[in-house]
Design a protein around this ligand. Structure first.
Ligand SMILES: C[S@@+](CC[C@H](N)C(=O)[O-])C[C@H]1O[C@@H](n2cnc3c(N)ncnc32)[C@H](O)[C@@H]1O
Length: 212
């Protein structure tokens, strides 16, 4: 796992509480995302856990759990997982690095990665997607959301806290090609415009669903 000294991990530990306060109810104002997650949940056709990968405060996993999935939240940041426990006291959580998943091969039904692959450098992306493919059962689903673009945004302040975080943006079609090269069948690639009025960071969003 990334060491305690990892700037990314320390940054999310620092920002966990304000992040949870800011985003716990975000889906209330995001009809596309609610619809997308509803479709993802309906498409999980085999029994087993759904991993909320890079779960943060677990608002996405909570939504999926309310739709009937058995969700385990996985995150690098211990403080984020504490916030997940505040938001969802019943949440099952594990602290781990998605680049080396502590899960058996073919052991989970689905993996949902909302805005967490955005922290994986492109050189580490094929191996990380390979990890996700390794742990998914045949017939399992993989869904992800990213910011659309070509840039890398570095932030040294987030929600009033000092941080050291790189956000990697993606071309969804190019990302779908990398997903496919990791062994997945890509089922859909969608984009949407940002929701205005402070609902979210005003970036275009990309969504991919793939199957193992
Ligand atoms: C932008 S937040 C997204 C949180 C939540 N999924 C959401 O949609 O609001 C990114 C999360 O990914 C986690 N993360 C980043 N890199 C990770 C890694 N290598 N392994 C596991 N979690 C990671 C961070 O700790 C953080 O909680």
């Amino acid at each position: 796992m990334a060491s305690r000294r990892s700037p990314l991990r320390r940054s999310y530990d620092r920002v966990a509480r304000p992040y949870a306060l800011r985003f716990a109810d975000e889906l209330d104002d995001k009809p596309f995302d609610r619809d997308f997650l509803g479709r993802v949940a309906a498409g999980v056709s085999i029994p087993g856990w759904t991993v909320d990968l890079g779960c943060g405060p677990s608002q996405i996993g909570g939504y999926l759990a309310a739709l009937g999935l058995d969700v385990v939240g996985l995150d690098l940041s211990q403080a984020m997982l504490l916030q997940a426990g505040v938001l969802r006291p019943e949440a099952v959580c594990v602290q781990a690095d998605m680049r080396a998943l502590p899960l058996a091969p073919r052991s989970v039904a689905a993996v949902v990665a909302f805005y967490s692959l955005i922290h994986i450098h492109h050189t580490e992306l094929p191996a990380t997607l390979g990890e996700i493919h390794r742990v998914l059962s045949p017939g399992g689903r993989f869904a992800l959301a990213v910011h659309v673009g070509a840039e890398t945004v570095h932030r040294d302040e987030m929600l009033g806290e000092p941080v050291d975080i790189d956000f990697f943006f993606f071309d969804p079609e190019a990302l779908a090609t990398v997903v496919s090269r990791a062994g997945f069948t890509v089922d859909s690639v969608e984009t949407r415009e940002p929701y205005p009025g402070g609902v979210e960071a005003e970036t275009r969003r990309g969504y991919i669903v793939a199957s193992r």
